[in-house]
Design a protein around this ligand. Structure first.
Ligand code: SF4
Length: 396
């Protein structure tokens, strides 16, 4: 038996992939140990240059404390060179997310005597339904490192949702790289049908979508979301830019009017979004358009990503917007996001919500509003808003 630890950097999909690695090693009879394990697995991210830098740093640090380190995930697939020069006990595994758990388990060596039931280390369970992307946005490295879109069988997804609920998770997040591309053609499922059936699993408290492209936000999906009582009233719909010239240069497949029209259909859902700041085609006027569209969309939180060129993408060679300009635009958009969040939170004072307590004293409401709340971690608690702080709504 070997002792191991699994860590991840990056997005929810990276988290799910790390969980699959962890479960595979536990199923093979190895023992999880935080800190002092013989084997460390680091599932990495590479969406930004910063993510790649952090991934290398994590591998380098782990190499000093563990006998062997397996570097898996997006950064490993993007560039084994990024890990060149690290000690010999670092093994870079450039394989797809489907192949990686078996490869690492094979390398560690199976014991095969323990059937562990690995509970997720987070309160909400992330269930991956789809991987890869066939959209080819000009700045994005994901199709290169994760391949084109493919979906899990609906039967397997629903079985995993049932298993997570049996393990005690009250909330399940359906996760994918491009969730709206979900299809199980053989069994006749799209995302709307999957939502209806996953949301009806007995014992499930709440179902969320991790993120959805605006192209997929249509009446069929929205009707399924509205008619499934467990579905949370929150949607994360990436905007990336509110300027049509920049959206074209990004090859984003929609314009700002389409974005606004589609998110308006999702009336009643709390909208959050992603924006890339300082894309090569973004001048002052284009940035002002983004500020305006964010405002008009009603988004209550914006994840701001200063643009960094990624190797192998169409825009890999271009980065003309000065760092200082990116910093100023990012700060302005973050301030706008902060104001929008506070406005949303203030509406909660005197109102009721159901909060999933995910850390001591903290949790998220149905529409993903952060709450400061007492209650047992992992439980859904009914609350009433009493006040607002910089960190969220205070429960009475
Ligand atoms: S939709 Fe575009 S940004 Fe999103 S993963 Fe696919 S290629 Fe990347």
């Amino acid at each position: 038996m070997a002792t191991f630890s699994v860590d991840f950097l990056g997005c929810k999909v990276s988290h799910v992939d790390a969980q699959a690695l962890r479960e595979r090693l536990l199923a093979d009879g190895h023992a999880e140990r935080a800190g002092a394990a013989e084997i460390a697995v680091i599932n990495t991210g590479c969406v930004t240059h910063e993510a790649l830098r952090k991934s290398r740093h994590a591998a380098s640090r782990a190499a000093r404390a563990h006998r062997r380190v397996y570097v898996t995930g997006c950064a490993a697939n993007l560039s084994a060179d990024a890990f060149a020069g690290l000690p010999e006990n670092v093994v870079v595994v450039a394989r797809s997310s489907e192949e990686t758990p078996a490869f690492v388990a094979g390398a560690v060596g199976a014991i095969g005597c323990v059937q562990a039931d690995a509970r997720l280390d987070r309160v909400r369970a992330f269930v991956k339904v789809q991987d890869g992307c066939s959209f080819s946005c000009n700045f994005c490295v994901i199709p290169l490192v994760r391949g084109s879109s493919r979906s899990r069988r609906a039967e397997a997804v629903l079985a995993e949702v049932r298993r997570r609920v049996e393990q005690g998770h009250r909330e399940v997040v359906l996760t994918g790289i491009n969730l709206g591309c979900y299809r199980d053609r053989e069994a006749g499922y799209d995302l709307a049908r999957l939502v209806r059936e996953a949301g009806a699993v007995p014992g499930l408290g709440r179902l969320r979508l991790s993120s959805i492209e605006v192209n997929h936000l249509d009446e069929r999906l929205l009707t399924a979301l509205r008619e499934t009582p467990t579905v949370s009233r929150h949607l994360h719909v990436p905007l990336q830019s509110g300027d049509d010239g920049v959206l074209r240069a990004m090859a984003r497949r929609y314009d700002s009017r389409t974005y606004l029209r589609r998110v308006a259909l999702a009336d009643g859902f709390n909208l959050t979004t992603d924006v890339i700041v300082g894309f090569p085609a973004e001048d002052e006027r284009a940035f002002e358009n983004t500020v305006r569209v964010v405002e008009e969309s009603g988004a209550t939180r914006v994840h701001v990503f200063p643009y960094s060129p990624r190797p192998g993408t169409v825009t890999a060679q271009a980065d003309p917007v000065p760092k200082q300009v990116k910093r100023e635009r990012s700060a302005r958009l973050r301030a706008q996001s902060r104001e929008a969040s506070l406005r949303r939170w203030r509406e909660k004072v005197g109102a009721e919500d159901v909060v999933l307590v995910d850390r001591p004293g903290r949790g998220y409401g149905d529409d993903y509003t952060p709450w400061l709340v007492d209650g047992r971690v992992g439980e859904l608690v009914r609350v009433r808003g009493a006040a607002v702080t910089e960190e969220g709504v205070v429960a009475a």
